[in-house]
Design a protein around this ligand. Sequence first.
Ligand SMILES: Cc1cc2nc3c(=O)[nH]c(=O)nc-3n(C[C@H](O)[C@H](O)[C@H](O)COP(=O)(O)O)c2cc1C
Length: 222
Amino acid sequence: MKIVGINGSPRGGRSATLQLIEAVLEGAKEKGAEVDVVHLIDLDLKFRNACSACFQEGKCVDEDDFPNLYEKIKAADGLVLGSPVYFDLVTGQMKLLIDRMADGIQCQSLTGKYGCSVATSGDHAEPAVVAYLNHFLQMLGATPVGNVGVAIGKDPGALAKAKETAHELGKTLAEAIQTRRQYPQIEAFHKRFQEKFKAVIAGEKPEWPGDYDHWVNQAWVW
Ligand SMILES: Cc1cc2nc3c(=O)[nH]c(=O)nc-3n(C[C@H](O)[C@H](O)[C@H](O)COP(=O)(O)O)c2cc1C
């Protein structure tokens, strides 16, 4: 069972958000997970350029660190997304990654994976950021199992408390992966999304052969 933590903070190893990611991963490790952390700031990631090569060819053709990172994400059983709040939203680094995974929505490329999200803020908007990150996971087919957000400017002890919650969340994440835990509302969401994109993929077959092939390979459309 592989779980990858993705840190969207430009502060990399000094990041408060990383402390939450690491707490989740520690909890998951106790349940037998093999874990790894990626700092987006350390990678060469270009902005999405809307070339649509991934739709047509089924893979990204940019020569930066994204194709390898996407393979790593696809090879994981679980994902932990973490971002500080920047002006009420995720950081640019995290949004860049999200936009680069453009084909993930119609390919439902995180299907079968579980995930969770963490965020830190000075004093507000961390609930919106974790909700957004989990929604992103869910839109791509993954099952989010929870979140931890903490405003660290409000209370000096808040981060330590949040790390305890994050540690428990890591155990929940690993157990959900191990038992293939079902979340009926999320299942229903995935079913609706899959129906929607089945129609899109069938309609766009001539334009998006890469995506269509992916659906055929998954036996979702024929
Ligand atoms: C550019 C910038 C924008 C920020 N915007 C917000 C904000 O909108 N709301 C908030 O509560 N904190 C905001 N903060 C504070 C960070 O979210 C907070 O310090 C966070 O814990 C940093 O996490 P990190 O150490 O993982 O980078 C901002 C910080 C920076 C540098």
